[in-house]
Design a protein around this ligand. Structure first.
Ligand code: SF4
Length: 472
C-alpha cells in the first residue's frame, strides 16, 4: 500500500465530508467502547492483569534475541521452519518461494496486519497466485479493493448498504443474483462461497497474535473460525508475524489473551483461540503437511532500547482506536497506511519514516484517553510528543510553525517578559471580545475560528489567577 500519510490533513477533510463513512464509524466508539467498559467492570483483577502483562512484554523486549532463539528451536523441534526476514521484500520473496514449492495456485488468508505491511496480496497476484481473504471484514474490503480501516474490524467503515452493493456486484459471476439486504443473508452467502475456496487452496496464510517460545506454537484468535479452516485444510500453513509477538510461555499468553478480547470487543474470550504447533504428525487426523513462520523485523529491532520501545508491547486490541476522538471522526484510511489511531500515530513514523508520517503524531487532542484504556499501559501521548520534537529538530515542520514555537520558547525562557506579554495578550483578546463572551475572528488563528468561536478569556492570565487563588 503506497502510504498517503503525508496527505493526512486532506484525507481527514475528505473523511469528515463522507456521509457513509461518518454513518459507519459512528458505531465504533458506541459499540466497542461501551462493551470494553462492561467487560473491564466485570473483572476485578483487570488492572493487576495489565500490570502483569506489561512485565511479561518488558521482559520479552529486554531479552528478545534469547526468546526468539528459544522459539525457533521449539518450532524446528516440532517439524516447522522459521524464516528470518529483515525487510518486507525478503518476507514477500520467502512467501512466494514457499508457495511455488507446492505449486500453489490459490492461497486462503486469515487476517494479518503483517500481511498488510508486506502488501502480500498484490505481490502474490503479480506472481500469478490468487489470494482469498477469509475473515468476513477482510473479504469485504478485498472485494472493494481497499485496505483495512481498523485493526480488529477491517470493514468498519462500510455501511450494510455498501456491503449489499459489493456482494451484488461481485457474486453475480457465481450465480448469486439476488440483492441481499439482511446481515444474516449476506454472511451466509459469503460463507457458502468461501467454503469451496478453503477446500481448493494450496496454502493457508494466517497472522499470529502470539508466538510461544516454550512450545514453538502460534496463536490466532478469531470470531468466525475462518482462521482454523485456513490453516488446517491446505498442504502448507504459513504464519506471518513480527518479532515482538513472541512470549515466553503458554501461561504468559493466557494472561495476554484475557486482556486482548476484553479490550478489543468486550468479550471474555474470542470465539476461537487456536494454537498451531508444527505440521501434521503421523497420527493427526488432519492439518497441513508443512508449517512455516515468516518472522518480519521491518525496522522494529531499531526501536529496542530507545524512546519508542514501549510501542512494541502493543497487542493490537484496538482500544486506543475506539476511544480516540480523532480516529472516531476520520476513520482509519485518513492515516494513510496500515495502522491508524493513536497506536498508528506512534508506530507508522517508525516503520515508514517521520518525513512521510509527520502529521500523525499531531492528530491528537492529547486528551490521554488512549493511554488510559491501553491494557499494555503504553504511554502513547508521550511518544507522540517525542515524534513532534523530532519533527521540529529535523526541520520537518513548516517554517511558520517553527517560527511560532521558536518565538514562544524565546519568551518562555524570559519569565518577566512572558508574563508581561501574556497580560497584554489577554487584555487585547478581552477588549476584542467586547463583552460577547466569544470571538468569531482572531488574527493568526483562522484555522481555529473557521468552524467554531473562540471563547473570550475570563479573569486574567493563568499566573494572575494562580496568585489570587493562593492568596485566597
Ligand atoms: S496501543 Fe494499546 S490500546 Fe492501542 S492497540 Fe496497542 S495495546 Fe491496544
Amino acid at each position: 500500500m503506497q502510504p498517503t500519510s503525508a496527505n493526512f490533513i486532506a484525507n481527514a477533510r475528505d473523511a469528515i465530508a463522507d456521509d457513509n463513512l461518518q454513518l459507519a464509524i459512528a458505531r465504533v466508539g458506541e459499540n466497542f467502547g461501551a462493551k470494553r467498559q462492561q467487560a473491564v467492570d466485570k473483572l476485578p483483577e483487570f488492572d493487576a492483569l495489565c500490570g502483569r502483562a506489561v512485565e511479561i512484554k518488558d521482559d520479552v523486549l529486554a531479552h528478545l534475541d534469547y526468546y526468539l532463539e528459544v522459539y525457533e528451536r521449539a518450532v524446528t523441534a516440532s517439524g516447522g521452519h522459521v524464516h528470518w526476514c529483515a525487510t518486507v521484500e525478503e518476507a514477500c520473496e520467502t512467501v512466494l518461494r514457499l508457495c511455488r514449492s507446492v505449486d500453489a495456485k490459490t492461497v486462503t488468508k486469515g487476517k494479518s496486519m503483517i500481511g498488510e505491511e508486506m502488501e502480500i496480496n498484490p505481490y502474490l497476484e503479480r506472481h500469478g497466485i490468487e489470494p482469498i481473504e477469509t475473515d468476513l471484514g477482510e473479504y469485504i474490503i478485498q472485494l472493494a479493493g481497499e485496505p483495512p480501516s481498523h485493526i480488529i474490524a477491517p470493514a468498519v467503515h462500510k455501511t450494510k448498504e455498501q456491503v449489499t452493493d459489493l456482494f451484488h456486484e461481485h457474486h453475480r459471476k457465481f450465480g448469486k443474483t439476488e440483492r441481499l439486504t439482511e446481515g444474516e443473508d449476506l454472511v451466509a452467502e459469503a460463507r457458502e462461497l468461501l467454503r469451496g475456496k478453503y477446500l481448493a487452496a494450496d496454502v493457508g496464510i494466517t497472522g499470529a497474535n502470539f508466538l510461544i517460545a516454550e512450545t514453538g506454537s502460534s496463536i490466532i484468535v478469531t470470531n468466525e473460525g475462518n482462521g482454523d479452516l485456513t490453516q488446517m485444510l491446505p498442504k502448507m500453513h504459513i504464519v506471518l508475524a513480527s518479532l515482538e509477538k513472541v512470549v515466553p510461555t503458554l501461561e504468559d499468553a493466557a494472561t495476554l489473551l484475557r486482556l486482548l478480547a476484553r479490550s478489543a470487543s468486550g468479550q471474555e474470550m474470542s470465539s476461537y483461540t487456536t494454537l498451531s504447533t508444527g505440521p501434521r504428525r503421523a497420527d493427526d487426523p488432519d492439518g497441513p503437511g508443512e508449517y512455516h513462520v515468516v518472522l518480519l523485523d521491518n525496522g522494529r529491532s531499531e526501536l529496542l532500547g530507545g524512546e519508542f520501545q514501549d510501542i512494541l508491547r502493543c497487542i493490537r486490541c484496538g482500544a486506543c482506536y475506539n476511544h480516540c476522538p480523532v480516529y472516531t471522526s476520520v476513520g482509519g484510511h485518513a492515516y494513510g497506511w496500515v495502522y491508524g489511531g493513536p497506536m498508528g500515530a506512534v508506530l507508522t513514523p517508525a516503520l515508514i519514516g517521520l518525513a512521510e508520517a509527520r502529521h500523525l503524531p499531531s492528530a491528537t487532542p492529547f486528551c490521554g484517553r488512549c493511554e488510559e484504556v491501553c491494557p499494555m499501559q503504553i504511554p502513547l501521548p508521550k511518544m507522540m510528543r517525542h515524534w513532534r520534537e523530532q519533527s521540529f529538530q529535523r526541520r520537518l515542520t513548516p517554517g511558520r510553525e517553527r517560527l511560532a514555537v521558536a518565538l514562544w520558547a524565546w519568551f518562555a525562557r524570559r519569565p518577566a517578559l512572558y508574563h508581561l506579554g501574556a497580560r497584554f495578550a489577554i487584555g487585547w483578546l478581552f477588549r476584542r471580545a467586547r463583552g460577547r463572551g466569544h470571538m468569531r475572528k482572531v488574527p493568526f488563528m483562522r484555522g481555529w475560528t473557521l468552524t467554531r468561536d473562540l471563547p473570550a478569556p475570563e479573569g486574567g492570565t493563568f499566573q494572575q489567577q494562580w496568585r489570587r487563588r493562593k492568596r485566597a
